[in-house]
Write a protein that binds this ligand. Structure first.
Ligand code: ZN
Ligand code: ZN
Length: 346
């Protein structure tokens, strides 16, 4: 088995992993087909998150079930699956009090994670982390199920109403996926904003949404030209940078809502927070993934992804496993909005 590992800050290595990965009860083994690079993986590589606290690497993967432990129900050998939170314990305080998305840490769910040719995944009767992937979604697009689930969470938390204007700050994959879901949920004008030139150019070329360069001194004026002088109804904050919340305060209209899915590292100093009161802003956090299931027990996210997958093709770049370093590097530089590593040619 081969896996990608972080040796130190900024240092990736492809390792031959000899220790046998054993399937225990309530777990399955998945032969990985592809794994997406998440912003949180980049943070780990950049030393913004503590490596010592993480026991897995890669959580946006698709693959085939190759072994099934005792007690596992709902999956069969050979099934194509994707990582997605499907069911939580229902017993812990968070589950009992309306926050099933805060049930378990992924440290208890994945080993060694999706950046490996094989991974173990917890899939018990009381906690399921795999969705069955329909044939209409390929192995590469399937890696977007987990991030789409997280984007769906931020959209739902934004309580978008028909025709409302939206500013999406941060044009990484989360921001783009959220923008496409918002469109389907009835949003009016959707504007994206970022500082990264490559990302701005890619999104502009894609034609998915209009964009504003945050480095422009008149960015707020530009925004008002698009959405009216009162400000936007909803701001989606997806940058990971604390200062961006200050931009959200400026951009939101009186009574506006800010939905935050950013994984912040660091503190927000020198932030003008007066608009929270003056504008009576609503600020909500959105922590994905969330176990959203339809009444027939299928994934809400997969249904939503099927509607937007053609558009999302425009932001994906595929890399061979041997080019994993480049996949990460391009994502950090903004050359690639969504890097997906393929295990096909291993
Ligand atoms: Zn992710
Ligand atoms: Zn729980």
């Amino acid at each position: 088995m081969k896996r990608l590992a972080i040796l130190d800050i900024g240092k990736l290595e492809i390792q031959e992993y000899c220790e046998e990965v054993k399937v225990k009860p309530n777990m399955v083994k998945v032969k990985v087909n592809a794994c997406g690079v998440c912003g949180s993986d980049l943070s780990l590589l950049q030393g913004k998150r503590d490596l010592k606290n993480e026991h897995y690497f890669g959580h946006e993967f698709t693959g085939i079930v190759t072994e099934i432990g005792d007690g596992v129900t709902g999956l069969e050998l050979g099934m194509r699956v994707t990582s997605e939170l499907v069911k939580t314990c229902g017993q812990c305080w968070n589950c009992r009090n309306g926050s099933p998305n805060c049930c378990k840490s992924l440290n208890e769910v994945l080993f060694p994670g999706g950046f490996a040719s094989e991974t173990i995944v917890l899939h018990s009767d009381s906690y399921k982390y795999l969705s069955i992937l329909p044939t209409s979604i390929d192995d590469i697009m399937g890696t977007l199920v987990e991030p789409t689930n997280c984007a769906l969470r931020v959209v739902k938390r934004s309580k978008i109403q028909p025709g409302q204007s939206v500013l999406v700050i941060g044009l990484g994959s989360m921001g783009i996926i959220a923008s496409q879901l918002l469109e389907n949920f009835g949003a009016g004008k959707i504007i994206g904003m970022d500082k990264n030139k490559s990302r701005l150019e890619t999104v502009k070329k894609s034609g998915l949404i209009d964009v504003i360069n945050r480095n422009d001194l008149d960015w707020l004026e530009q925004l008002k030209n698009y959405t009216g002088t009162r400000g936007v109804d909803v701001v989606i904050e997806a940058t990971g940078f604390p200062a961006a919340i200050g931009d959200a305060f400026l951009a939101a209209r009186v009574g506006g809502l800010i939905s935050v899915l950013s994984v912040y590292h660091g503190k927000a100093n020198n932030l003008d927070i007066l608009p929270i009161m003056r504008k009576e802003l609503t600020i909500v956090g959105a922590k994905g993934p969330y176990p959203d299931q339809k009444s027939d027990d299928t994934s809400v996210t997969i249904g939503e992804l099927q509607k937007i997958q053609e558009k999302l093709q425009k932001i994906i770049r595929i890399y061979d496993f041997k080019d994993s370093f480049k996949a990460f590097d391009d994502a950090i530089k903004g050359i690639s909005i969504k890097s997906v590593i393929s295990f096909k040619n291993m």
